[in-house]
Design a protein around this ligand. Structure first.
Ligand SMILES: NC(=O)C1=CN([C@@H]2O[C@H](COP(=O)(O)OP(=O)(O)OC[C@H]3O[C@@H](n4cnc5c(N)ncnc54)[C@H](OP(=O)(O)O)[C@@H]3O)[C@@H](O)[C@H]2O)C=CC1
Ligand SMILES: Cc1cn([C@H]2C[C@H](O)[C@@H](COP(=O)(O)OP(=O)(O)O[C@H]3O[C@@H](C)C(=O)[C@@H](O)[C@H]3O)O2)c(=O)[nH]c1=O
Length: 292
C-alpha cells in the first residue's frame, strides 16, 4: 500500500516516519513536504496530487500557532479548512483512504463542561484556530469520506515545526532558566505523545479505518499546571510550579476551559491509549532529559 504523508517534518509526521521505519509492514510511506505541495494554496492540491500514485493520504499539515492565528484567519482557513476539503475530494475521486488530523480545540464553548467529550459532542470552538479546524472537518466530510483524528496537546521528539517547539520543552527550559513557573490550572485537556498517535495511525492503515471522527489522545486528563508539574517532577528539575487562573496568564487567543477527549471508541477498536504520565516518561527518556 502506498501512503502519501503530508507534513512529514512536523512532530507527528516525524514520528509516523519513525514508527514506519521500525515496522514498515506492507506500507510504502512517501513523505511529501511543503516544497512538493504548499497547502496554503488549496487550489493547487488537486493538480499536484493528480500526478502522484497513492492508496492512502495522511494529512499532518496545519497552521496552528494558536495566538498568531487569531489575526490570520485567511491563512488558517486555507491550510486548515480548504486544503483538507480539496484532499478529501481527491481521495474520494480515486477511492483512496484519507486520514486527516484535527484537534480538541474544536471544543471549549460549552463552559460548564466537566466530562470527557465523545466524538458526537457538538463542536464549539473558542478561537480562530479551533474554528478553522472545525470547518475543515465539516468541509472534508462533505467532499469525501475522511477519517478525522482529533488529537490534543501534542509533544514529540522533533518539536512542532509550526509552533517552534512544544510545551514540554518550554516548561523544562523555563524551569531550568528561571527556577519558577506559573501555569494555568483552569484549562483541562489530554496531553498526548505524537509517538502514541503514530502507532495508532499505522494500525489504522494496516487494519483499515472506518471514516468518521476518532478521538486519539493520551489516557487520563490534566490541567496545563498538572502537566507542567509532572514534567518538572519526572525530569528532576528544581523549579517551583505555581498554579494560576487563565485571567492571570492573558493570551491573544481564548483557550477551552475543558477539552478532554473521550477515547472509548478508539479503545474498543484499536486498544487503549497509554496513560499520559507513562508516555511523558518515554518522551523524557527519548530526549535524554532523564536517564535509562
Ligand atoms: N501541536 C499541538 O499541540 C497540536 C497539534 N494538533 C494537530 O496535529 C497535527 C500535527 O501537528 P504537529 O505535528 O504538532 O505540527 P508541526 O507544526 O510539527 O507540523 C506541521 C506540519 O505542517 C506543515 N505545513 C504547515 N504549513 C504548510 C503549508 N502551507 N504547506 C505544506 N506544509 C505545511 C509543516 O511543514 P514545515 O515543516 O515545512 O514547516 C509541518 O511539517 C496538526 O493538524 C495540528 O493541528 C492538534 C492538537 C495539538
Ligand atoms: C508557556 C506557558 C503557557 N501557559 C498556558 C497558556 C495556555 O493556556 C496553555 C498552553 O500553552 P501553549 O500556548 O503551549 O498551548 P496551545 O497553543 O494552547 O496548545 C494547543 O495547540 C493547538 C495547536 C492545539 O491543537 C491544542 O490541542 C493545544 O495543544 O498554558 C502558562 O500558563 N504558563 C506558561 O509559562
Amino acid at each position: 500500500m502506498k501512503v502519501l504523508l503530508l507534513g512529514p517534518n512536523g512532530q507527528l509526521g516525524h514520528d509516523i516516519q519513525a514508527a514506519h521505519a521500525a515496522a514498515p509492514g506492507g506500507i510504502e510511506l512517501i513523505p511529501f513536504g511543503r516544497a512538493a505541495l504548499d497547502v496554503s494554496a488549496p487550489g493547487t492540491v488537486a493538480e499536484t496530487l493528480a500526478g502522484i500514485e497513492f492508496d492512502a493520504l495522511v494529512n499532518c499539515t496545519s497552521y496552528h500557532k494558536t495566538d498568531e492565528v487569531e489575526d490570520n484567519g485567511s491563512l488558517a482557513m486555507a491550510v486548515n479548512a480548504h486544503a483538507p476539503q480539496a484532499m478529501a475530494k481527491v481521495c474520494a475521486d480515486r477511492g483512496a483512504r484519507f486520514i486527516h488530523i484535527s484537534t480538541d480545540y474544536v471544543f471549549g464553548g460549552d463552559r460548564g463542561r466537566a466530562a470527557p467529550l465523545a466524538e458526537d459532542a457538538p463542536t464549539a470552538p473558542v478561537n480562530v484556530y479551533g474554528a478553522s479546524k472545525a470547518f475543515g472537518e465539516t468541509l472534508a466530510g462533505l467532499a469525501g469520506e475522511p477519517a478525522v483524528l482529533r488529537v490534543a496537546s501534542l509533544y514529540g521528539v522533533a518539536g512542532a515545526s509550526g509552533k517552534g517547539g512544544n510545551f514540554v520543552e518550554t516548561m523544562l527550559r523555563f524551569g531550568r532558566e528561571r527556577g519558577a513557573l506559573k501555569v494555568v490550572a483552569d484549562q483541562h485537556m489530554s496531553p498526548t505523545a505524537t509517538a502514541d498517535i503514530a502507532s495508532v495511525i499505522l494500525k489504522m492503515l494496516a487494519e483499515g479505518v472506518e471514516p468518521g471522527l476518532w478521538h486519539v489522545a493520551g489516557g487520563g486528563e490534566a490541567t496545563w499546571h498538572a502537566f507542567a508539574s509532572e514534567i518538572i517532577a519526572q525530569a528532576g528539575v528544581k523549579a517551583e510550579v505555581t498554579p494560576c487562573a487563565s485571567s492571570e496568564f492573558p493570551t491573544r487567543a481564548l483557550r477551552p476551559g475543558y477539552s478532554v477527549l473521550d477515547t472509548s471508541k478508539l479503545a474498543a477498536a484499536y486498544g487503549p491509549m497509554p496513560d499520559w504520565r507513562e508516555s511523558l516518561g518515554r518522551y523524557l527518556r527519548a530526549k535524554g532529559h532523564v536517564g535509562g
